[in-house]
Design a protein around this ligand. Structure first.
Ligand code: CUA
Length: 323
């Protein structure tokens, strides 16, 4: 059984096209070699002009027509099934951006890995915040573009437990080839447990924000934990490392309290990384660019809410500059 409900179908169409192509390739090559030898000049020194053969011409027009219509028929049958999304499918929003995928569940849980229950139809509502990406799960044989400004759809039913690779199949800039994610297919009860615990965690983070937590230290600890989670799910670490190595943007290592040279309005100035600077960097990242880096970061206002910005700042505060 295929990894998804589409795996075998897509493979069968592929095999159908492949077999016909190989038969034609061998047939045409063999006929060509046969004619080259049979009608070589030493045996036929005086060539005869041929002005047409109606039967032959009809045959080589009609046969390819039916072959191509066969490809078309099998393609359309499967395509229609891919477009025909079951009513009872669980909806998950897939957000593509340079250079990561984020999944949002009906209960508000957000992850950087797509968790799905076995044998249940999943409807994906695919969006992009910046450029065109393409959500591609090779093992499931599904691929759908993520286009900024519109919502595209796709569905599947996972038929095998396990972990499957998600890729981006549309060139989208510097780190396109690192735009990976995973689908984790879990048995239904295990999925339900994960779903409930992820929802409970969102709840505690929300309480931490509202100040329902009496103990300030415990509240901060929760925010730090949430921030640590967010830099993964929101895709920050696609460009900013934690270990000091350089990607598209500066590393987060030792960022808090660091003295940094930035370019603002074409002029260099020195700043110290504090809360206000971090907030500006998320909301208006191109106003002050750290010297030596490209102005590559999109504003995060549509991706991060105020509470999430606060949690990320609290986490970054734990990454103090070395004295
Ligand atoms: Cu996103 Cu390539």
């Amino acid at each position: 059984m295929g990894a998804s409900n589409f795996t075998n179908q897509v493979d069968n169409v592929f095999l159908f096209i492949l077999v016909i192509s190989v038969v034609l390739l061998i047939g045409i090559t063999a006929a060509m070699i046969y004619f080259v030898i049979k009608y070589r000049r030493s045996k036929h020194p005086n060539p005869v002009d041929i002005h047409g053969n109606v039967l032959l011409e009809v045959v080589w027009t009609v046969v390819p027509f039916f072959i191509v219509m066969g490809f078309f028929y099998y393609g359309v049958v499967d395509y229609r099934e891919m477009r025909n999304i079951p009513e009872d499918a669980m909806e998950v929003e897939v957000m593509g951006r340079m250079w990561s995928w984020m999944y949002t569940y009906p209960n508000g849980v957000q992850t950087d890995t797509l968790y799905v229950p076995l044998n249940k139809p999943i409807k994906l509502k695919i969006k992009s915040v910046d450029v065109i990406h393409s959500f591609y799960v090779p093992a499931f044989r599904i691929k759908q573009d993520a286009v900024p400004g519109m919502e595209t759809k796709m569905w599947f039913k996972a038929q095998q437990e396990g972990q499957f690779q998600v890729m981006c199949a549309e060139y989208c800039g510097d780190r396109h080839s690192y735009m990976y994610s995973q689908v984790h297919v879990l048995p239904e009860d295990e999925f339900e447990r994960w779903y409930a615990s992820a929802a409970a965690e969102v709840e505690t983070f929300a309480q931490a924000q509202e100040g329902a937590e009496v103990d300030e230290a415990a509240r901060l600890e929760k925010l730090v934990k949430q921030g640590q989670r967010l830099i993964k799910t929101k895709g920050c670490i696609a460009c900013h490392t934690l270990d000091g190595s350089r990607l598209v943007g500066p590393s987060f290592k030792g960022i808090w309290g660091k003295t940094e040279t930035v370019i603002a309005n074409g002029e260099e100035k020195t700043i110290v990384v504090d809360e206000a600077y971090l907030r500006r960097s998320m909301l208006e990242p191109n106003v002050e660019i750290v010297k030596g880096y490209p102005p590559a970061m999109p504003p995060q206002g549509s991706i991060l809410n105020e509470q999430e910005i606060q949690a990320i700042i609290e986490f970054l505060k734990t990454l103090k500059a070395e004295q």
